[in-house]
Ligand binder design. Structure first.
Ligand code: SF4
Length: 258
C-alpha cells in the first residue's frame, strides 16, 4: 500500500542513518511525482494518486519550514538533519536551488549543527543549478542502483526514454567523491523477468563503478516495507556485506540497512 507524506514538513522522525530527521516534501501531498517509478517505491506507482499533481510554492515551503524549525527550537526538540525526501524526486521542484539556499539560512539560524540531507535519484543533475545546490548541502545522497541499462530500466523505470547511465555517471564524477551513493539490492520477478542484484556480472559492474567514483560513503539497503510489486524479495545483510567487501578493503565507508 502506498504511503504518502501529507504535509510539506513532517517529523522529526527517528532515522537510523540521520538521527532526528525533519522531513521536507517538495512534491504533491496525495500522490507521487518522480522521474523514476521504481518497482520497490514505498510511495507506490506514479500513476496512483494522480488526482493531486500540485507542488508547493517556494513561499509555502519557506513558511512551513520556518514555522516547524521555530517550534522545535522553542520546545527543545532536537533536529539532527533537515531531510528532503517525500513523495518523489525533490530536485524536480523548479525552485529547488532557491529552496536549498533559504534552508541553509534557516538551519544556520535555528539549528546550526544540523545537517541538510537530500535523497535524490540523480536524474536531474544535468539541469541548471541542481548539482551546485546539492554540493552546498551536507549530505547529497544520490541513488544509482546499477550500471546495466536493462536492469536499471526494469527496476527503476526511468520516465525519460533518453535516460542514460553513462550520463548519470559523468554527472556524479563532477562531485569528485563528495557525495553519498545509495543503492537498492533486491531480487524477484519484474515483468516476467528474473532480477537479482547479486548476479555476478551486475555486482561486478556496480563495484567497478563505485571504485571509480569513490563516493565518501555508500549506503546499501534492501526492501523494508511492502513494495508495490509483490514478486520482489529482500536480499540478506550478509549478501550485502559480501558485495561491499572489496569496496571496504579499498577504504570506502559502507553503511548497510537490512
Ligand atoms: S526514486 Fe525514490 S521516490 Fe522515485 S520512484 Fe524510486 S523510490 Fe520512489
Amino acid at each position: 500500500m502506498a504511503i504518502y507524506f501529507n504535509t510539506i514538513v513532517f517529523g522529526p522522525i527517528r532515522s537510523r542513518r540521520l538521527g532526528s530527521s525533519l522531513g521536507v516534501n517538495l512534491l504533491p501531498l496525495k500522490g507521487k511525482l518522480c522521474s523514476f517509478d521504481c518497482v520497490y517505491c514505498e510511495c507506490g506507482w506514479n500513476a496512483d494518486g494522480r488526482s493531486d499533481n500540485k507542488i508547493p510554492t517556494v513561499e509555502q515551503v519557506r513558511e512551513a519550514l520556518k514555522n516547524k524549525l521555530e517550534e522545535c527550537h522553542r520546545d527543545n526538540i532536537p533536529v539532527d538533519s533537515i531531510t528532503f525526501s517525500g513523495n518523489g524526486e525533490p530536485t524536480i521542484h523548479p525552485n529547488f536551488p532557491e529552496i536549498i539556499d533559504y534552508t541553509i539560512a534557516l538551519r544556520n539560524k535555528f539549528f546550526p549543527k544540523a545537517a541538510i540531507s537530500v535523497l535524490s535519484n540523480a536524474t536531474m543533475l544535468g539541469r541548471p543549478g541542481i548539482k551546485e545546490a546539492l554540493r552546498k548541502v551536507d549530505n547529497p545522497i544520490l541513488k544509482l542502483d546499477g550500471v546495466d541499462e536493462a536492469y536499471v530500466r526494469l527496476i527503476d523505470r526511468p520516465q525519460n526514454p533518453d535516460y542514460s547511465i553513462s550520463e548519470v555517471i559523468s554527472q556524479l564524477e563532477w562531485f569528485e567523491g563528495n557525495f553519498i551513493l545509495q543503492t537498492m539490492f533486491l531480487r524477484g520477478v519484474v515483468d516476467g523477468v528474473e532480477v537479482d542484484s547479486m548476479r555476478s556480472d551486475l555486482l561486478e559492474g556496480w563495484q567497478k563503478m563505485v571504485l571509480a567514483l569513490r563516493p565518501r560513503e555508500v549506503m546499501l539497503y534492501t526492501l523494508d516495507r511492502e513494495p508495490p510489486l509483490s514478486t520482489l524479495k529482500k536480499v540478506s545483510v550478509k549478501e550485502m556485506e559480501q558485495a561491499a567487501e572489496p569496496l571496504e578493503k579499498a577504504g570506502i565507508k559502507i553503511r548497510i540497512s537490512g
